[in-house]
Design a binder for this molecule. Structure first.
Ligand code: FES
Length: 161
């Protein structure tokens, strides 16, 4: 985010109450995430400790510190799904999408493809354990998933080999 845009956001949030959350919310809305360098710039401009801004950005699940793709794939890593092959699902996704998921600054396991089409993340349980292993794409649930199913499923979201 450029400095002028950030200045405009800061100027729109001059009331002390809820100011930081309001500013972070606008950054998230405009950029799709809260870039680290924008947090550093904001820290300088407001004289607020960077750790405080990080604390807010990581406490609220609405904020994300990394770019998010057009489609969010969430692989369930809860016990039932883990036992039924969730790790193989995650590994197959990494292979198909050419990514390696890792832990973000905010402690989440997440990664986005370079073209920003897909973000892969994990969750603990969708409450659909009877269909394990389960993954979710943009709110659509896919149960009894196998690595072999993934090319067809991803194809529904515009993925091509
Ligand atoms: S453990 Fe995966 S849906 Fe419950």
């Amino acid at each position: 985010m450029d400095e002028r845009t950030l200045d405009a956001i800061i100027a729109r949030h001059d009331a002390p109450a809820g100011r930081l959350l309001g500013i972070l919310g606008e950054i998230q809305n405009q950029e799709g995430y809260v870039p680290r360098e924008t947090l550093e710039l904001l820290s300088e401009k407001l004289g607020v400790r960077l750790s405080q801004l990080y604390g807010l950005a990581t406490f609220y699940s609405y904020f994300t510190l990394r770019p998010v793709g057009d489609h969010v794939i969430t692989v369930c890593m809860g016990t039932a799904c883990h036992v039924k092959g969730a790790v193989a699902i995650l590994e197959a996704l990494e292979g198909l999408l050419g990514i390696k998921s890792d832990v973000t600054d905010d402690g989440k396991l997440s990664v986005t493809t370079i073209d920003r089409k897909f973000t892969v993340e994990i969750a603990r349980c969708f409450g659909a354990c009877s269909m394990a292993p389960v993954l979710r794409i943009d709110g659509n649930l896919y149960g009894y998933a196998t690595p072999e199913d993934l090319p067809v499923i991803l194809g529904e979201y515009g993925w091509t080999p």
